[in-house]
Structure formats: structure tokens, C-alpha cells
Design a protein around this ligand. Structure first.
Ligand code: HEC
Length: 195
């Protein structure tokens, strides 16, 4: 067995920018790397797909929150998986979100390397490390998501009784409430096949 990570670039993600399922701005990580770091184009493609997914989810979440948290919860529940699939189709990269404590069991369908990251960093307070690596013909990117800000509405320690009820109706086995603002809520992951 080769060492699992041929190229690993881990950098610290500023939790402040982690408003939703994506970080604000086009490429905040780039500025956190040494200027000489050259990013493998295939790894960059994986990372871009993860960011596209984050952005698509965040846009939908923020728009639907305007109608209240229960409406937003419905939107998330009904559309998140479709958005995952659409971004995967459009980018040609496998993408998803997952976490140690899950809301939707469908999100358990993630590659082994994502679980390895969560075993290592699952209890890491934000900022948790970003992961980008190339393993042979495969490129991987993982963006950690904090549970602060708007995420507290549906994942925090003080989720309102009505939202709790709406969660329980759809996700009887929900494990994804009770997160502190500084905790890692979960991750966005992307896996690309390289030429
Ligand atoms: C309006 C309620 C709501 C808000 C606000 C919300 N989420 Fe969620 N979250 C959900 C629902 C519903 C799901 C399950 C949807 C799915 O993936 O099918 C979910 C799933 C997730 C997942 C996938 C893993 C799992 O448990 O299934 C992650 C990661 C996640 N949310 C992170 C966040 C982050 C980070 C924020 C803040 C930016 C946030 N959520 C804000 C309702 C919410």
C-alpha cells in the first residue's frame, strides 16, 4: 500500500466565512496557501465542484429561510438530494455532504476517505482543516462546515419546538441537533476521476 495521500494540502478554514453550506467569496482558500503551492488541476476541479454544491445549497437555504425556518426545512428536505445529483451531473464530479451525526441517512453514502477524515477531525472545533489531495487517478476535496450562524436554527442547541417537531416528522432518527456554534457540523466532499 502506498501512503494514502500523495499530495495533501491542509489549511485552516476561517469559520467566519462559513455562513452556510459554502464559504463566502470565490476563493478564500487560495489566499491562505503559500504562493508557490501549485494545485493539481484535477484537485482544483474537485474543489470547485464542492464549492458549487455549497453555493447551490446555500442560495436555496437562504432564499427559503425568508419564509420561516419550517418552510426552509421543507425545502432542504425536498431539494437537497436533487441539488447533490444536479451538481454531480453538471460537473462530472461525485459530490455530497455527510457528518458523524446525520440528519438524512442518505448522506451516509460517502467515500471511505471522507469517513477517515471524520474519524480524525469529527470532534475538531472550527476551524477544522480543509483537505485536498490527489490519489493516483483520483482527486479529492473536502470542505468542513461549522454549525454557527444560521445553521443554529436547525442544528443548534436551542432549536425551536416547532422546528424540532418538523425535523422529527421527517427524520425520526435525527442526530443533527445540539451543535455548538464552534463545532464542526459536517463536510462537503467531492471526488473526481482524473484523465
Ligand atoms: C432550515 C433548516 C436547516 C438549516 C438552517 C440548516 N440545515 Fe443542514 N440540514 C437540514 C436538513 C433538512 C438536512 C437534510 C437534507 C438532506 O441532505 O437531504 C440537513 C443536512 C445537513 C447536512 C448533511 C448531513 C446530514 O446530517 O444529513 C449538513 C452537513 C448540514 N445540514 C449542514 C448545515 C450547515 C453548515 C448549515 C448552516 C449553514 C445548515 N446545515 C443549516 C436543515 C437545515
Amino acid at each position: 500500500m502506498r501512503s494514502p495521500a500523495l499530495v495533501v494540502v491542509a489549511s485552516i478554514v476561517a469559520s467566519a466565512g462559513l455562513l452556510a453550506c459554502d464559504r463566502d467569496g470565490a476563493s478564500p482558500t487560495a489566499s491562505q496557501e503559500p504562493p508557490s503551492a501549485s494545485v493539481d488541476p484535477c484537485v482544483a476541479r474537485a474543489e470547485a465542484a464542492a464549492r458549487t454544491l455549497g453555493k447551490a445549497l446555500k442560495t436555496r437555504l437562504l432564499a427559503s429561510l425568508a419564509n420561516g425556518p419550517e418552510a426552509a426545512l421543507r425545502t432542504c428536505a425536498e431539494e437537497a438530494q436533487t441539488i447533490h445529483r444536479r451538481v454531480a451531473e453538471e460537473t462530472g464530479v461525485r459530490v455530497g455532504r455527510t457528518a458523524t451525526k446525520l440528519r438524512n441517512p442518505a448522506n451516509a453514502d460517502a467515500p471511505q476517505w471522507v469517513w477517515a477524515y471524520l474519524r480524525q477531525h469529527g470532534a475538531h472545533p472550527m476551524p477544522a482543516p480543509l483537505l485536498r489531495e490527489r490519489e493516483g487517478a483520483q482527486a479529492r476535496a473536502l470542505l468542513p462546515l461549522g454549525a454557527g450562524g444560521v445553521c443554529q436554527t436547525c442544528h443548534g442547541a436551542a432549536v425551536s419546538p416547532r422546528v424540532r417537531e418538523a425535523i422529527a416528522e421527517r427524520y425520526p432518527g435525527d442526530e443533527a441537533v445540539g451543535f455548538g456554534s464552534e463545532e464542526l457540523r459536517g463536510v462537503l466532499w467531492a471526488e473526481a476521476d482524473c484523465e
